[in-house]
Design a protein around this ligand. Structure first.
Ligand code: B16
Ligand code: MG
Length: 213
């Protein structure tokens, strides 16, 4: 039975999760709220709109619909400024070797990201062509923790969900993969990512001999 791999982007392939955090922290500071790393664990993998709603609830603040859209746009502009100088060397440890192993073993590979910037970030780090399928926020109606992102990726690969292995750094993403009937490897700690079958610091720690043949 062929096993496929589905990778999350931010926090798994590159350290853009940190850039999202910096941009949200800047916006939250304007609302008088100091966004913490613990808060950020709950924002990882969450869509832009839902992230802003969560921050507003933390800051106990409401915005007009117009200001809400303006602030979403400003956050994204700050994020784009932070990623604009990224290049092929800006992947997380072990990513290059991981992709080489996936290619050598002819393992079907998909991206399952909640980001609308996924294609741009992948092309900056030179990995856009490495995927057999890419699913980002523009192709789904329900973001993580809903399983739609990963189910769509499995469908595009033509691999049954139970034969897909998802690598995720977010609690929302781990929940999404489990809800889709997939196995998940957490890039992070068991405390932050309950439900994952294995926890690694980065993709470089993955042992391909653990994959079913
Ligand atoms: P954007 P992932 C997610 O990407 C991030 O983890 C999350 O922090 C971000 O809010 C979300 O994408 C939306 O990103 O504003 O670029 O559309 O981790 O699912 O690859
Ligand atoms: Mg992520």
């Amino acid at each position: 039975m062929k096993t496929a791999i589905i990778l999350d982007l931010d926090g798994v392939i590159c350290d853009t999760a940190h850039f999202h955090f910096l941009a949200w922290q800047r916006l939250a500071a304007e609302y008088g709220y100091a966004l913490t790393h613990a808060d950020n664990e709950q924002l990882k993998g969450v869509s832009r709109v839902d992230s802003l709603k969560f921050i507003l609830s933390l800051a106990n603040k409401t915005l007009s619909a117009e200001q809400f859209e303006t602030d979403l746009h400003r956050k994204n502009e700050w994020y784009l400024e932070l990623v604009k100088d990224m290049g092929p060397s800006d992947t997380l440890p072990g990513v290059t070797a991981f992709f080489a192993e996936v290619a050598a073993r002819h393992i079907p590979l998909a991206l399952g990201s909640a980001s609308k910037n996924a294609n741009m970030v992948l092309s900056r780090v030179g990995l856009l062509q490495a995927f057999d399928a890419i699913v980002d926020a523009s192709q789904v109606s329900q973001g993580k923790p809903h399983p739609e992102t990963f189910l769509k990726a499995a469908e595009l690969l033509g691999i049954a969900p139970e034969n897909c292995l998802v690598f995720e750094d977010s609690a929302a993403g781990v929940q999404a993969a489990i809800a889709g009937g997939m196995k998940t490897i957490g890039i992070g700690t068991p405390n932050d990512l309950p439900g994952a079958i294995l926890h690694l610091r980065d993709l470089g720690e993955f042992d391909f001999n653990r994959l079913p043949a």
